[in-house]
Design a binder for this molecule. Structure first.
Ligand code: IMP
Length: 440
């Protein structure tokens, strides 16, 4: 098992952080390959006195809580240096040693203050436009940073090493950005010297972590080490495969792992898809199985469905197997982990979308283009629910029959094995003996 990938199979917030935390002791390295501080990966653990503690990671990979695991922020990530330094300090305040255990790619692009300023101005303008096409981003400057990367005008971690070159690049970039801010969005211009000062200071702090991470990963793999690639966001937010433009600006899907870390596809032998037992989406864009009623409200309340990064309420809905079949096709999931199954307890019946109706015809195709996806009507199968609180169950045989049937139904429709079931936020709330749920 040289490289395993953990991938969000829906619209993000599937509970990837917990699964990465769970699998970390089995690997040598955990590596983030895309996205940035827009992610919020929550780890919850129980103290000896029974109290629980929670930590939300935005940039540092979720393996950091396991001694002996090295964490990598790969070249595909857009790095907010301020956010990463604050996160490192917070982790260290828990008594966890980050030094020597975190490596940051010298090729990763940096989030600059103008990325956030431009994004805020763009979103404000989209919201006030007559067709109101605001994306509902996390406001972390992700889109504008990737825009600069692909326009070849971005500033990378390696650029921090040379103050004069940094000043030169920044001056050129800011001329353009300030014109955009001032002339197009009527916003305040930014000052080059202040940014250089701030970023040079980051350099001194970040320097010990910076390295050629793809070389490090290659050496680790050649020495027989194992790597877990931690996806951020979800496959339905992929810039190519999601409902563009209501997507993030990177590739949360399996392919992103190769380009975002510099590892070969032939090194990947496990693609673990993470799916919530129902669906949520934060931000705008089509969501066929959305419940804008009491059932949706109940899922949000019971599932504590509020964004880990922005605190925004998440939109909630029934499980969508048309969407999951699509992301399974793109990623080639070798198995699935189903999370938050406990949240469904107490519902008399459960609906699962297995097909869409589109233009009067039934279809199993997921049309990712929003103009079609907005028009599909979900066709549901109704399965019986269960009453029991299942959050203390540790063996699959102790789940209510209806819960096992629900899992078996998912595995059968998708033709993918379910390898893990998470039934609570804590580390110990996990069912690993799920083999009977294997696809028929
Ligand atoms: P951005 O990634 O901040 O540009 O936001 C683009 C879209 O992706 C918005 O709908 C966000 O709400 C969504 N998004 C970004 N990161 C996450 C995440 O970690 N979880 C869930 N949704 C996300």
């Amino acid at each position: 098992m040289p490289v395993s990938i953990v991938i969000g199979s829906q619209w993000g917030d599937e509970g990837k952080g917990k699964i990465v935390d769970l699998l970390s002791p089995e690997v040598d390295v955990v590596a983030r390959y895309q996205g940035g501080a827009n992610a919020g990966h929550t780890i919850v653990w129980e103290n000896e006195d029974g109290s629980t503690e929670e930590f939300v990671l935005h940039l540092v990979p979720s393996g950091i809580f396991h001694e002996g695991v090295t964490c990598v922020i790969g070249n595909g990530v857009v790095l907010d240096p301020k956010a990463v330094m604050e996160e490192i300090e917070k982790i260290e305040s828990l008594g966890i040693d980050v030094d020597g255990r975190l490596k940051i790619s010298h090729n990763a692009h940096l989030i600059m203050p103008y990325h956030k300023a431009i994004e805020a101005a763009q979103e404000e303008e989209r919201a006030s436009a007559s067709d109101d096409d605001e994306i509902g981003t996390t406001g972390r400057g992700i889109g504008p940073a990737y825009t600069d990367k692909f326009a070849r005008t971005g500033i990378r971690v390696v650029d921090l090493l040379d103050e004069d070159a940094l000043r030169r690049k920044l001056r050129r970039s800011l001329e353009e950005k300030n014109a955009i801010l001032r002339d197009i969005y009527d916003a305040e211009a930014l000052d080059v010297d202040r940014i250089v000062e701030e970023y040079v200071e980051f350099d001194q702090k970040i320097d010990p972590y910076v390295t050629d991470t793809s070389k490090y990963l290659s050496e680790t793999l050649n020495d027989g080490g194992r790597v877990l690639a931690e996806g951020a966001q979800g496959s339905l937010l992929d810039v190519d495969f999601g409902s563009y433009p209501y997507v993030t600006s990177s590739h949360p899907t399996a392919g992103g792992c190769c380009t975002g870390l510099g590892v070969s596809p032939t090194a990947i032998d496990r693609v673990l898809g993470i799916a919530k037992a129902y669906c949520t989406r934060v931000g705008n864009g089509p969501f066929p199985t959305e419940l804008e009623n009491e059932a949706g409200e109940r899922l949000r309340r019971k599932g504590d469905e509020f964004g880990a990064t922005t605190g925004r309420p998440r939109r909630c809905g029934w499980l969508d197997l048309v969407a999951l079949r699509y992301t399974s096709m793109i990623n080639g999931f070798s198995e699935l982990a189903i999370t938050k199954l406990d949240i469904l307890s107490g519902m008399e019946s459960l609906k699962v979308c297995t097909q869409y109706r589109y233009d009067g015809k039934t279809t199993r195709r997921f049309p990712s283009e929003p103009q079609s996806l907005e028009r599909v009507e979900p066709i549901y199968e109704t399965l019986p629910g269960w009453d029991e609180d299942i959050s203390d169950v540790r063996r699959v045989e102790n789940l209510p029959l209806e819960a096992r049937d629900y899992l078996a139904f998912i595995a059968e429709v998708l033709d993918v094995e379910i390898g893990l079931v998470s039934n609570g936020p804590r580390r110990d709330q996990i069912i690993t003996d799920v083999q009977p749920m294997a696809a028929a």
